[in-house]
Design a protein around this ligand. Structure first.
Ligand code: ATP
Length: 235
């Protein structure tokens, strides 16, 4: 079986500033893969390059056996990729409208059906579905961000720092929601995070450091990795 995502020798950056220096990584179908790294390691840059918001300067990105590095973001989304940015939602739009945007490329009737299904998973969102996203708490906004990307039933979901701006209790809620909505299903997940608590969700992970992969392995291997310990705990 081919990998859902295969990245080889990927380089990217901004203008004269090179950020990624030859990234090799893989996500297998149905796997959850964690991209760990401290501030400025290049996690966001990698996700933005994978979805096509930044050009791939060298190397290749293959999704389900097809090279996608030359495609526009909308073409990648139509093939089954989705990207949840750190902000995740549009605060002035309603909950309904945010979710509808996530399902922009789907037939309207299917998007509506799927939205109803998601409302059973996220009752707080259902109660306020006509209200602006700005009226939600930080934790609820994150849930809306997740619903917004799940509505399209992506085959590979790229998530940028789902824990950002959340108190620890809400971080645990996000982890639990991801476990129940995605774990064991057909959606592959690549999560960029500084928070090592997300290792609990991961089948495998990569530690990014100054735009290079410094360590990779299974959850257990990373939990006992010296490189992860040095990066996170200065040991
Ligand atoms: P964080 O957790 O802080 O978001 P990160 O691992 O996601 O960190 P990136 O946001 O990918 O890191 O940043 C990698 C490097 O690229 C940093 O040195 C950052 O200053 C730089 N950078 C990020 N965005 C831009 C931009 N739009 N223009 C120029 N440089 C940028």
């Amino acid at each position: 079986m081919s990998a859902a995502l295969q990245v080889e020798g990927l380089q990217a950056g901004y203008g004269a500033m090179q950020v990624l220096w030859g990234i090799d990584m893989q996500v297998q179908p149905g796997q959850t893969v964690l991209l760990l790294g401290a501030n400025s390691a290049g996690k966001t840059t990698l996700l933005r390059t994978l979805i096509g918001l930044l050009p791939c300067r060298a190397g290749s990105i293959t999704f389900d056996g097809e090279r996608i590095d030359g495609l526009r973001p909308d073409q990648r989304i139509r093939r089954g990729l989705a990207f949840m940015s750190e902000l995740g939602v549009f605060p002035t739009l309603s909950i309904d409208e945010n979710i509808a945007l996530g399902g922009y490329f789907m037939p309207e009737a299917r998007m509506r059906r799927r939205r109803e299904e998601l409302f059973t998973l996220f009752p707080d969102l259902a109660k306020k579905h006509r209200d602006a996203a700005s009226t939600l708490s930080g934790g609820q906004r994150k849930m809306l961000g997740i619903a917004k990307v799940l509505v399209a039933e992506p085959r590979l979901l790229l998530m940028d720092e789902p824990s950002s701006g959340l108190a620890p209790v809400f971080v645990q809620q996000v982890i639990d929601v991801l476990r129940t909505t995605i774990g064991g299903g057909s959606t592959s997940l690549l999560i960029a995070e500084q928070n090592v608590a997300f290792l609990a969700l991961a089948d495998r992970g990569y530690l990014l450091d100054h735009g290079k992969v410094r360590a990779s392995g299974t959850r257990e291997e990373l939990e006992s990795s010296d490189a992860v310990r040095e990066t996170y705990f200065g040991l």
